[in-house]
Design a protein around this ligand. Structure first.
Ligand SMILES: Cc1cc2nc3c(=O)[nH]c(=O)nc-3n(C[C@H](O)[C@H](O)[C@H](O)COP(=O)(O)OP(=O)(O)OC[C@H]3O[C@@H](n4cnc5c(N)ncnc54)[C@H](O)[C@@H]3O)c2cc1C
Length: 457
């Protein structure tokens, strides 16, 4: 006989766990099914391990900057294996915390692969479960190209599985995961080649960020190869040999990482049996309320392909649970103006529309852009400088800020933009807000105000 619940959640990652817990808070009887480790991508092979590696890389930058700040210290030796062991221990603890939080919320958790039997029933192994409401929060996985020998490479999951630091790595891709992994590896001593299909990075963001970042990656010693694709991989004596679609000579690397995008986890879910629509790329189609086309079946997070970030999956899921189980009829996530950080060295913070998108949306005459390029105080005494670049995109007479970007300086500014605190309001309010706290505002002395200049007034 079917075991009955109010709500079945497929996937114990960021979105699934948050939605299940909020539904349970509203009194729903919840079943959560997870085929892997609780916490999903973010905890196990995404944000969490990445940020730990990023912190290690930042420390390495700190050590090299320290000398110019008067410290005399031996060059640090880094033990990659030790860091990975400590990181994994921390992640296991998080897995346990996720489990106990679900337990405390009264949610039944089942380990196994879920597949749909119809619009109300889900199967795991030989067992069948039913509910009036079912959530698909099955996330995504790294995409791989279809070229000969592709399997000799690895992906971001494989990067986190590395037990020792490779001496040379090629990273294929131009998105945020590609540039973040490139930065970590380079900072910790690996020779990095970044292979770009075209000539830009992070093209989802404003052009200024991509241009500055590309220049910085090159200056940091990363070999950035543009307009090139890998055509074939073969085994080399140690590592992998890549052949290219240009006249560039074949090259051997200890490891090659595919970071060319992600695809939805829908395989094995039997979505077609339940009649659930997916788009051309296989993402589950969901409206602004996270409804799929089948009544009582919802989707949140990466499996929907909309802004693939943990806080987005969590926020969409909590609002869905509030709506379905908490009686809040119109609760839904607004997907506009989601702030983002790219964990490069230094990091990037962005929120809102790119300049190009604003011009397209509002017309050239309505858009006013403020930019600033300077070296922040921290770098004043350093031999190695890293410029800060900022941009505000404003619209209309009242100069409403519709986009804000920051690259460089210290981490605080990216974090501020991510929290969206520096964003709300018009340009004048933002100047007031930024007058003191961010170090960028103290360009030459502590009363040097927000250093934005207008472009094309
Ligand atoms: C390298 C990397 C770095 C990242 N860095 C950041 C960052 O800094 N900040 C940020 O916000 N986001 C980051 N992300 C993105 C973030 O991890 C995802 O957006 C987030 O995890 C999506 O949550 P989700 O619940 O949709 O899916 P997931 O977290 O992927 O969870 C889905 C879960 O469903 C399970 N599952 C799949 N199919 C089934 C099935 N049939 N039955 C049972 N279980 C199933 C999977 O095992 C998985 O545990 C990063 C991602 C990567 C890869």
């Amino acid at each position: 006989m079917d075991k009955k619940f109010d709500f079945i959640v497929i996937g114990g990652g960021s979105g699934g766990v948050a939605t299940g817990r909020r539904a349970a808070q509203h009194g729903a009887k919840v079943l959560l099914i997870e085929e892997g480790r609780l916490g999903g991508t973010c905890v196990n092979v995404g944000c969490v391990p990445k940020k730990i590696m990023w912190h290690a890389a930042q420390l390495m930058h700190g050590f090299s900057d320290a000398e110019d700040y008067g410290f005399e210290a031996a060059k640090p030796l880094h033990d990659w294996g030790k860091l990975v062991a400590r990181r994994e221990k921390y992640i296991r603890r998080l897995n346990g915390i996720y489990g106990s939080n679900l337990d405390k919320a009264g949610i039944e958790v089942i380990a196994g692969q879920a597949s749909m039997l119809d619009g109300k029933r889900v199967q795991v192994g030989d067992d069948i479960y039913s509910a009036e409401h079912i959530l698909i929060a099955s996330g995504g996985h790294p995409s791989w190209p279809e070229i000969p020998g592709a399997a000799l490479g690895t992906d971001s999951d494989g990067f986190f599985a590395l037990e020792s630091r490779p001496e040379s790595v090629a990273i294929v891709g131009s998105g945020y995961i590609a540039v973040e992994l490139a930065g970590v590896l380079k900072s910790l001593g690996t020779q990095v080649t970044l292979l770009l299909r075209k000539a830009h990075v992070v093209k989802a963001f404003d052009d200024m960020l991509g241009d500055c970042l590309l220049e910085h990656l090159q200056k940091s010693g990363i070999d950035v190869v543009t307009n090139t694709q890998v055509e074939k991989l073969t085994e080399a004596e140690s590592g992998v040999r890549a052949e290219f679609d240009t006249d560039r000579d074949a090259q051997t690397f200890d490891s090659l990482i595919w970071a060319i995008g992600r695809s939805p986890n829908t395989h094995g879910l039997n979505l077609e049996i339940a009649g659930i629509d997916v788009d051309a790329k296989g993402y589950v189609e969901a409206d602004k309320y996270q409804n799929t086309n089948v009544a009582g079946i919802y989707a949140v997070g990466d499996v929907t392909g909309r802004i693939e970030l943990t806080p987005v999956a969590i926020a969409a899921g909590r609002r869905l649970a509030d709506r379905v189980f908490g009686g809040m009829a119109d609760r839904h996530l607004d997907y506009e103006n989601v702030p983002t950080v790219v964990f490069t060295h230094p990091p990037i913070g962005t929120v809102g529309l790119s300049e190009a998108a604003a011009r397209k949306k509002f017309g050239d005459e309505e858009v006013k852009v403020y930019t600033s390029h300077f070296t922040s105080l921290y770098y004043g005494v350093l031999e190695h400088k890293s410029p800060t670049d900022m941009k505000l995109v404003c619209v209309g007479k009242e100069e409403k800020v519709v986009g804000a970007y920051n690259r460089g300086g210290r981490r605080r500014n990216a974090a501020r933009l991510r929290r969206g605190r520096a964003y709300r309001g018009d340009q004048a309010r933002l100047r007031r807000y930024c007058r003191y706290p961010p170090d960028q505002c103290r360009r030459t002395g502590h009363h040097d105000l927000m250093p934005f200049r207008t472009k094309n007034i």
